[in-house]
Design a protein around this ligand. Structure first.
Ligand code: THU
Length: 134
């Protein structure tokens, strides 16, 4: 099985673990890190104070850093059960920018066979970057 197939399975499994009692919209994500065989998965975790909710993509990316340190991200998968598949929100894209390159592939899968394969730089061409001092 390819790394991508394994990451899609991991993202879909993570979506089933989503804690989404408010929106009932389950999202899973998986990040493939260089040198790490198993994709790191995440799901959305909602909060009664809605703004404290964390998306699946950020859960996965931050878990990857916590577990393995900062590594090159080979690709990111996001899984929902809608068609066409949902793409990551802008907040998640900004967080991805910290650990990815504009060329990092983002693959969105939904309920059907349809996939969206794009790149971080396509979805967020002008991220915020911390200004050089002076
Ligand atoms: N959500 C994600 O997990 N990823 C996104 O990119 C967009 C939205 C979650 C957050 C919330 O739990 C639910 O989907 C509805 O917004």
């Amino acid at each position: 099985m390819s790394d991508l197939d394994r990451a899609i399975i991991a993202a879909r499994a993570a979506a089933e673990r989503a804690y989404a009692p408010y929106s009932r919209f389950h999202v899973g994500a998986a990040v493939k890190l260089e040198g790490i065989d198993e994709p790191v998965a995440g799901c959305n975790v909602e909060n009664a104070s809605f703004g404290a909710t964390v998306c699946a993509e950020r859960t996965a990316i931050l878990s990857g850093v916590a577990r393995h340190g900062k590594r090159r991200v080979e690709f990111i998968v996001v899984a929902t059960s809608i068609d066409p598949p949902a793409l990551p929100c802008a907040l998640c894209l900004q967080v991805m920018t910290e650990f990815c390159t504009p060329e990092t592939p983002i693959i969105a899968v939904g309920s059907g066979e349809r996939r969206i394969e794009t790149q971080l730089g396509e979805l967020l061409p002008s991220p915020f970057v911390f200004p050089e001092s002076g």
